[in-house]
Design a protein around this ligand. Structure first.
Ligand code: GRF
Length: 197
């Protein structure tokens, strides 16, 4: 087997998608290894999970930087220090500069809890329910300068049930996220998908 791709995960919170990727990468035939976890929030619970798995972690506080670009340059420095091949954003609640997204174009992916291009941004489940949709889901996509706009790699669909609350729907979609993200990373790391030229 060719060398495993070196994957860094960016989180801001609980990191359940991060955990799904870490668990998938434990399989000997998985084409990627998780070599670092970064958070822009020092108190992100997911950091403790990563540390317990023996994975190196790093954090940066936005307040320490004069500009968004300076933060993103420091983040790229951390990722380069880990010799990162692929960046996986997993609940990373931060707008990235075009300099950052272009630096990692084709090698950075994100999971979003909607059937993109529908419901970019925040509060996806509440907005979908308010519109009366009958189907929801999640998307793994390449990261580009436009928020939640990059080309999709995989999508998963779930039904919306009568009386669903946003939390009900989020929980149903999250089950699919945990299945979809490792599958999408497997496709990218093994070269079965690539950023469309
Ligand atoms: C997930 O729903 C993800 O799709 C969205 O933020 C949530 C993060 O959850 N971008 P977790 O931190 O992976 O548990």
């Amino acid at each position: 087997m060719t060398a495993k791709k070196r994957v860094a995960i960016l989180i801001s919170g609980r990191g359940s998608n991060m955990t799904a990727l870490i668990n998938a990468a434990k399989s000997p035939d998985y084409p990627a290894e998780i070599i670092g976890v970064f958070s822009n929030r020092v108190a992100a619970p997911g950091l403790d999970v990563a540390r317990a798995e023996g994975i190196p972690t790093a954090t940066l506080a936005q307040s320490s930087f004069a500009s968004r670009l300076a933060f993103d340059e420091a983040l790229t420095g951390i990722l380069e220090g880990w010799d990162t091949d692929i960046v996986c954003m997993a609940g990373f609640m931060r707008i990235l500069t075009p300099e950052f997204t272009n630096r990692w174009l084709g090698r950075a992916i994100n999971i979003h809890p909607s059937l993109l291009p529908a419901y970019k941004g925040l509060d996806t489940h509440a907005r979908a329910l308010a519109d009366g949709v009958t189907e929801a889901g999640c998307t793994v996509h390449f990261v580009t300068p436009g928020l939640d706009e990059g080309p999709a790699i995989l999508q998963a669909r779930v039904p919306v049930h009568p009386g669903d609350t946003p939390d009900d729907l989020a929980a149903r979609v999250l089950v699919e996220e945990h299945r979809l993200y490792p599958e999408a990373l497997r496709l990218l790391a093994s070269g079965q998908v690539a950023y469309p030229q």
